[in-house]
Design a binder for this molecule. Structure first.
Ligand code: HPA
Length: 270
């Protein structure tokens, strides 16, 4: 595992002269952040040794190095979802590589279904915490002390300073943001009404099929994390609308400019 991470990082170092400070994982419908990145270098996942290849429609697989808000960043255009059949070590491999490249701050974004009754479709939710409902843990198995401690705390999985800064940015720019707990599930089914209700009752505000594995590994690696969810649909026993992948993508596209504004400005200020 350590060798594989180093091999991939060495390959990327051979392609890119200046290493980034910030890593970004772009979720469903949020790929347009890439347009704000200057001096871009695209590296398709298929050319990166040891990288899995993304298969889902609407996710193109590229690692993009460049400048955003005056900082060097690397963005993942397309992530690896557990429901695609990848193991947790594969899903989280890019985060390991980012850390090996010297990145200490990770931004994540995703599309999620809202259970909180105050949420509306198109809302941007700053993730304050998460609940891990995945059946496999990314840190299960041998612990490599070089990568992190055996029993990492998850008390501040999402950095409180970054959350405060994002709140300030949203207020300045008049962007409505909500705060909430993200519940990470396997998918690929959307939830039954009873499941949305269950995730709300246990303390969740939104539910989605990604992010939690990457955030766990980033915390294991002592990285600071900031996360945004776009609320693309609502779920619960009183909700009649049926979510579809197309609708999720459409709603994410509409909310995308708000996310991009916050992310771009936050990168500039850290
Ligand atoms: N459930 C799970 N994942 C999702 C949803 C949802 O309602 N919307 C977008 N991703």
């Amino acid at each position: 595992m350590l060798e594989t991470i180093k091999q991939t990082a060495d390959f990327l170092r051979s392609k890119v002269s200046d290493m980034p400070q910030v890593g970004i994982i772009l979720g469903t419908g949020l790929g347009a952040l890439v347009d704000y990145i200057d001096d871009k270098l695209f590296i398709p996942y298929s050319e990166i040794p040891n990288f899995p290849v993304s298969t889902v429609e609407g996710h193109s697989g590229n690692l993009i190095f460049g400048m955003l808000g005056g900082k060097r960043v690397v963005a993942m255009q397309g992530r690896f979802h557990y429901y695609e059949g990848y193991g947790m070590k594969q899903v989280t491999f890019p985060v390991r590589v980012m850390k090996e490249l010297g990145i200490n701050t990770l931004f994540v974004s995703n599309a999620a279904g809202g259970m909180n009754k105050d949420f509306k479709v198109g809302d941007v939710m700053i993730i304050t915490d998460h609940i891990n409902m995945f059946p496999e843990h990314p840190l299960r198995g041998k612990n490599y002390n070089e990568l992190g401690t055996r029993f990492p705390a998850m008390t501040e999985a999402y950095d409180s300073n970054l959350i405060s800064m994002a709140d300030a940015i949203a207020a300045e720019k008049n962007i409505r943001v909500v705060h909430g707990v993200y519940v990470g599930v396997t998918g690929p089914t959307f939830e039954t009404p009873a499941e949305y209700e269950f995730y709300r009752v246990i303390g969740g505000d939104a539910v989605g099929m990604s992010t939690v594995p990457e955030v766990i590994v980033a915390n294991h690696a002592s990285m600071k994390v900031f996360g945004l969810s776009v609320i693309t649909d609502l779920g619960g026993k009183d909700v009649k609308e049926v979510p579809t992948h197309e609708e999720v993508q459409k709603a994410a596209l509409v909310a995308q400019p708000k996310c991009l504004e916050i992310m771009k400005e936050l990168v500039a200020r850290i």
